[in-house]
Write a protein that binds this ligand. Structure first.
Ligand code: FE2
Ligand code: FE2
Length: 172
């Protein structure tokens, strides 16, 4: 009797579509990679005294952390196993210009893969994932926008002036 109840309860669990789960896991690898890149870049900027850049990159690392958290939550909701050990290539820049350029490249890729995953979610009729992924996509577009803004500023004011504008007073 008890066994029947247990089986019945288990059967009622929300199971994720395999294609959707694999898509969510590949987005998770993209997010974990971005967290690492932003954290390293943010600390490099702190070390050079570019404190405004440090804070901006740190904030983006935290955005990516939220994305990773939401994806993990969704995968577990679907009774899947989040893969947290896989990272893509972490593109660490040696200079501020390289950091911004690498970040821009990865954020454009993020926009592409989120759009693709939203299509997958639509295909498998998973409206909850469409909504979650669309919300994250908007934030990734914001990250692209930030990187493009830095590019424009470097172009317009020159790298040296841009860097001067990013330094600040160390408070601790
Ligand atoms: Fe993200
Ligand atoms: Fe991002």
């Amino acid at each position: 009797m008890e066994r029947t109840v247990k089986i019945a309860l288990k059967d009622k669990k929300m199971k994720g579509n395999r294609k959707m789960l694999s898509s969510l896991n590949s987005l998770l690898a993209e997010e974990l990679t971005a967290i690492n890149r932003y954290m390293v870049h943010s600390e490099m900027c702190a070390n050079w005294g570019y404190l405004k850049l440090h804070m901006a990159l740190r904030k983006q690392a935290m955005d990516e952390m939220h994305h990773a958290e939401w994806l993990i939550e969704r995968i577990i909701f679907f009774d899947g196993a989040p893969t947290v050990s896989k990272l893509n290539l972490i593109k660490i820049g040696k200079t501020v210009a390289e950091m911004i350029s690498n970040g821009n490249e990865d954020e454009l890729e993020a926009v592409r893969v989120y759009n693709e995953a939203i299509n997958t979610a639509r295909e498998v009729n998973d409206q909850g994932s469409v909504e979650l992924l669309s919300m994250i996509l908007k934030m990734e577009e914001g990250h692209v926008d930030w990187a493009e803004m830095q590019h424009s500023q470097i172009e317009q004011m020159g790298l040296e002036n841009y860097l001067a504008s990013q330094s600040g007073i160390q408070v601790n």
